[in-house]
Write a protein that binds this ligand. Sequence first.
Ligand code: BGC
Length: 783
Amino acid sequence: MRKMFFQRGITVCLAFLFACSFCNANISGKWIGFDSVSRELKVDAAKKMEQNVDDQNSRPLVLPPPRYLRKDFALKGEIRKATLRASALGWYNVHLNGERVGDDYFTPGWTDYNKRIYFNTYDVTDMVNKGDNAIGAILADGWYSGYIGWGRIRDHYGKNTRMMAQLDVEYIDGSTETIITDGSWKASTGPLLEADILMGEVYDATHEIPGWDKAGYDDKRWNAVDVTDEIKAIIEPYPTVTVQVFQEIKPLSVMEPKKGTFVFDLGSNFAGFARLKVKGKKGARITLAYGERLLKDGTILKANLRGARAEDTYICKGDGIEIWKPRFTFHGFQYVSVTGYPGTPKKDAITGIELTSATRVVGSFECSDERLNKLYQNIIQTQRANFIDIPTDCPQRDERLGWTGDAQAYVRTACLNMDVQTFFHKWLVDLMDAQLANGDLTKVAPMKTAGGSGGPAWADAGIICPWAIYEVYGDKSVLEKHYESMTRFVEFREKSMNDFLPPEEFHCFGDWLHVGPSTPKEVIFSAYTAGDAQIMAKAAAVLGKKDDVKKYNELYENLKSAFNKAYVDKDGKIQGHSQTVYVMAIWFDLVDGEMREKAEEHLIERIKNRHWHLGPGFVGTRDLMHVLTKIGRTDVAYRLLFTDTYPSWLFPVKNGATSIWERWDSWTPEKGYQDAGMNSFSHYAYGSVGQWIFENIGGIKSVEPGYKKIVIKPYMTDQLEWANVSYDSVRGKVSVKWTREGEKVKLDVEIPPDTMAQVYVPGKENAVTVGSGKHAFIGEFKQ
Ligand code: BGC
């Protein structure tokens, strides 16, 4: 059914890092483009006004055609090696002698292009030959100048797309030659009429230019390129894995809810696009509209895409069977609605192409409860859909931004599913580049579309994420690289406070999308800042900065005492009295002794009061389950986990979810869909429960950075008969398999080389210490 493209073992990030140290050579072409197309477009946009303006989006669409660039060149001898380096302000595809180079999407990745631009390196030895050759490129708007974020705003980083390439050829005789982008290239437009992230593509096959990327093509009528040397950003090698095809997906069914509208169900909600197969007359126009869910009448839900048109259009050349797929857009969808198809399409008219950053799959989880298995699948599915060069909030509507709050809430779970070490290395540079002059950190990174302070639990991603990467991968370099920026951020927070309490005014999203009582923003501010101080003290210790350890420990103590004075009353009630306030107080160790006991009681009471249902939003959900385990109430954690009535994790699963929803009530049987203004069906934030599931049902926890020391401690419940979990850590594979057989529990563990583990055999008080290898135990079932 599904053809998998990359899986466990194929992409090794560390190997990649290593490889990158070899491709560190720089790129030295000129930045070329075809600016006059943009100028013409401004006029065209006004004309298009009528056809493209709808109620919620009052600006006309400006969709420039991608530029086609080319150059012929001759190579004088036999070739030993050829290496291509390419970059763009926009998205590029390079073609050599009629073939596309590489299978990456959305290169060279998203950065603040005014500060930093990446280039990609390809071995193209097999693609060039002695004699005549041609190099071509297609250049689309991408994140540089296309639509991204809300409000129909484009040109975030600049108006004119550019590309740069350098082809280094080494001949057998040792001599070398270099072909670069410069004023000798030619420019035109071609069959791709529109290509935009949010809006989709329009491809007119009747405009194809046969041979444009091959030697000898007559480009006399093409235009001169524009060359500029005004780009001053740093240019560096791309530092992580690129976006690639993850799998191809065949539709489960095709329905025709309206005459001539065919809706294909791909079975699960993912990011990518569809490949179309069609036989039509010249000029036949087929439109593919993408949606995550269906309306009652069987047509696709479009309202929650807000300003994203999310449609691809193909115009047939009328030449037998035509197969086409977009290359410069992606959509978040489960359904494709096809109109204009000649006749009735068969199921194979559409194939889903799932894209994601090629992070290696490292985790697996399975247990005896199918609903939990589905929840786990939905979590990884949603991770793939949102790890597209950067960690985004959602892949479907007019947003798709690197929201900091979402990333910090999810980072730990992300690490257990895929190897995201270099992926986060890249994004943390984006975050550092976005840091404001006063030291504050932003709502999103790369910053442009939604600027300004992220506020508590969002901006703190700059502290939380580097620490998570250090702990999971034992990677000190991430702390070394970001320590200065982390310090500046915490100094900014500290300076803004009065007597260790929040300032009068500050930005905060609160406990975003909570459904229980709301959590005061001040309490989130104080708790998260205390959490930052804790991390800073630990990070300083790792880096051997003794004075800083002292400084941050003191800051933490001051914040803690201010927290108690300002928010905790004599009955241990914390302001807001929500589940989230107790979760934060206990998680960040902000209450001690009697007050801690009371906080624990209040937390349980707040859960019971909601008939054992969830109340928190993004902030409280992150740590709720961990806190329950920390206070010895894993029984309550399990009770929450197995609840399938609203609001709970299994409620969407019970209602057919194939991904993690943005809201606890994105859809309910009583009310239908939530407000379309904020209702994504692919938002990983609530998937942060994945870490708890993995570490407590599976029972695998790292207790020394980089899984140097591991604790194996699965928690038993009578609701589960078995669990089978594995994780490819930086030290090698850790796995746990447990099965209940009556009163007995069989436990099999595997520990990686040179690693110590403490194994808590179910039913036994004390841990057994073991070394690497496979170990089998028999324990007793005890809840
Ligand atoms: C995003 C969120 C984000 C939030 C900030 C939304 O529009 O989709 O996931 O964290 O804004 O509150």
